[in-house]
Design a protein around this ligand. Sequence first.
Ligand code: AMP
Length: 282
Amino acid sequence: MKIFKKVAEMQAWSESIKKSGKKICLVPTMGYFHKGHLSLMEKGRELCSVLVVSLFVNPAQFGENEDLDAYPSDIEKDITLARDLGVSAIFLPDGNEIYPNGYQTYVELSNLPHHMCGLSRPVHFRGVATVVTKLFNIVKPDVAVFGLKDFQQFQVIRRMTADLHYNIEIIGGPIVREDDGLAMSSRNAYLLPEHRDAALTLSNSLKMAKEMIAKGSSADAVRKKIKEYIESFPYTSIDYISLCDPETLEDVTSLKGDLLVALAVKVGKTRLIDNMIIDPAE
Ligand code: AMP
């Protein structure tokens, strides 16, 4: 497995791979791998003969009071896991390599970031869109795989890829969960044992929403019920409960067609997200 720390080296290698006629799949990550990350890599390995994983904790997607400095990291373990999985190359740049002195160019979307996570994390999707644009230009993938756990991010990347005419296929990987239903996340490492029940309110709320919708409840009734349920647990603080159109992320009132139910809840100091696509006709 190759490890590249410099943009120019990564670019040159990717160009040589493409000249040889092979296809490259990119899986962007911030590291501290769990089974969710590994599932995306497995998918990538099936789709293309060359699999590149980027590992970069992107400062541009963290707000001032967020957890950039505390973000969990174990690069040696990540390298071993990636090697064992058959990753062809890891791109592991440092901050100055990506944002050198004098840096001033960002990629921003007009609408998708003004919903859900974007409301409490105003610079987040600008940072995500910018770093993914850079990774596309550096790694030059034919396919890129993103987790549906970060559903809004997935839609931002899909939109940006189409809008900027990248000839890259964007694939979504299903949410990988712990046995008790908690969506896997590098940030779960911050949770204390006493937070577990509160953390499980997210996946439990999604199940509850699915049942209520199947029985014909209104969007408002679902939001109210989930809010009451989550607030009945200590350590929780709700950021948002969204029942929205999965493409535009606009709130819905009537439940017709595919629907995204998405949540962000702080449990202690840890911000957790989860979501589910529901077809009310099912
Ligand atoms: P991160 O390292 O948190 O930026 O995540 C890297 C990629 O893994 C993103 O595309 C995430 O959406 C995806 N991911 C994170 N957690 C999960 C999960 N539990 N299941 C599936 N994909 C995930």
